[in-house]
Design a protein around this ligand. Structure first.
Ligand code: LEU
Length: 455
């Protein structure tokens, strides 16, 4: 299979890791998760989760990939043999499932970007989502056939992904991120600056940041913070292990992890500010409370935002184009990282070329993802997303941390591997977080989930 692919530059790796982390989750998931879980007070559990689980696990996964130099299954195999390999496959499987629906949301955003040029969705933005364009069923029963309007952008999304993956790690993934991420940052800054200067922006920001301290005693708020950190940092899906397996032998792992973690959170905070400033504008325009316009989930980006854009004072088409384009760029750079997990996994396991692995892996994912382009797609999407995020991610995270910290007892080995190469030294907090805090919180999360879902 020749020599293992490598990132061309350190900046290339960091941009790719940030590109994976910054995704749909940051732009539309974070603002409403924070808002629903105590607003300003959410930042306390969020920061706690970032420092005790997010960054420590990121350092751990970067070390695994860089040390064992393989896809997630191969890295685990090299670490502890056959009995550990399945841990890698589990992450790859979750990544595979995510790629099937993640791609469809990007296709919607692409469709909306094009519509934004002429603001063709009219006044009835709910109708746009459920009516002619996305044609989603508004009750779970209506599964229906394919939505032709979604099929074309959906095919386009996969053509782009195939193209980038075929081009390889350096000339494909690295180059794409070197273009996507700077453009995304510029586009997003423009959106945020415009949003905070809208009339009513302060009302939105106040609603977003106003801390509801009573929420801190609520277990589900902490669970939400941990769950979000896992999704947002792309940890426990085999992604960061795969990306770091392309690092050169001497690389500053710990520093890279801090940069990735803080860049992701910085972007997330910006997204929260931008989204809530716009929601504040909307609320003031319609003379209602911010509560009434802050919808959770798909509706926020795809029904509320078009409404905000409709009422925008001047240059509204531009704002719409920029907003949906930012979703497309953030989404694509994450989607390629998700797909790379199974491209690497398959080609190493089956001993096939990278291109064949792209064809099989991304080929299968793109076909399965057609399911979500049907009229009932949104319902499948919600159900799969819920299941994957709640059970898949937290559960793998828990098992991965317990296996490495307690069963294989690798933390000291990893520390000795990473420290000599890094500007930042791993110390006691890292080991303590991974041995005690993260397993306890994730264990509680699982217990809570089973209790509420099965009880
Ligand atoms: N981190 C990504 C996001 O925030 C998701 C991940 C599954 C690649 O959207």
């Amino acid at each position: 299979m020749g020599q293992r692919s490598q990132w061309g530059t350190r900046a290339g790796f960091i941009l790719a890791a940030v590109g994976s982390a910054v995704g749909l989750g940051n732009i539309w998931r974070f603002p409403y998760v924070a808002y629903e879980n105590g607003g300003g007070a959410f930042f306390i559990p969020y920061l706690f989760a970032l420092l005790t689980a997010g960054i420590p696990i990121l350092i751990m996964e970067f070390t695994i990939g860089q040390k064992y130099r393989g896809s997630a299954p191969l890295s685990f195999f090299r670490m502890e043999g056959k009995k550990a390999e399945w841990l890698g496959w589990w992450g790859v499987f979750v990544a595979f499932v995510i790629s099937t629906y993640y791609s469809v949301i990007i296709a919607w955003a692409m469709k909306y970007t094009v519509y934004s040029f002429n603001l063709q969705w009219g006044d009835d933005t709910q109708g746009f989502l459920f009516g002619d364009v996305l044609n989603l069923a508004d009750t779970p029963g209506q599964v229906g056939g394919f939505v032709p309007g979604v099929l074309i952008p959906h095919i386009l999304v996969w053509i782009i992904v195939f193209g980038i993956l075929f081009a390889g790690v350096k000339k494909g993934i690295e180059l794409a991120n070197k273009i996507f991420i700077p453009v995304l940052v510029i586009v997003f800054l423009m959106i945020v600056i415009r949003a905070v200067t809208l009339p009513g922006a302060l009302t939105g920001l106040e609603a977003f940041f106003k801390p509801d301290l009573s929420q801190l005693a609520n277990g589900t708020v902490w669970v939400a913070a941990y769950g979000h950190i896992f999704f947002s940092l792309s940890i426990a899906f085999a992604i960061m292990i795969t990306y770091s397996s392309y690092l050169p032998r001497k690389s500053d792992i710990t520093n890279n992890a801090f940069i990735t973690g803080f860049a992701n959170s910085g972007f997330e905070l910006l997204a929260g500010i931008g989204v809530f400033a716009a929601l504040g504008f909307m609320a003031v325009q319609s003379n209602v409370a911010v509560d009434e316009v802050a919808t959770a989930g798909v509706g926020l980006a795809f029904a509320v935002f078009p409404q905000i854009i409709n009422e925008f004072p001047g240059m509204n088409a531009l704002f719409g184009v920029l907003f949906f384009l930012s979703l497309v760029l953030a989404g694509l750079s994450s989607l390629i990282s998700i797909c790379e997990t199974y491209v690497a996994g398959l080609s190493e396991k089956l001993g096939i070329s990278r291109n064949k692995a792209v064809l099989f892996g991304a080929g299968a994912a793109s076909l399965i993802s057609l399911l979500f382009t049907t009229r009932g797609g949104l319902y499948f999407l919600d159900a799969v997303d819920y299941f994957i995020n709640q059970f898949g991610v937290a559960f793998i995270g828990l098992v991965e941390v317990i296996a490495i910290a307690w069963v294989f007892r690798k933390l000291d080995v990893f520390k000795e591997h990473a420290n000599p190469m890094s500007d930042i030294q791993i110390r006691g907090w890292w080991k303590f977080s991974l041995m005690y805090i993260t397993p306890l919180v994730l264990g509680y999360m699982m217990f809570d989930l089973f209790r509420t879902n099965l009880g």
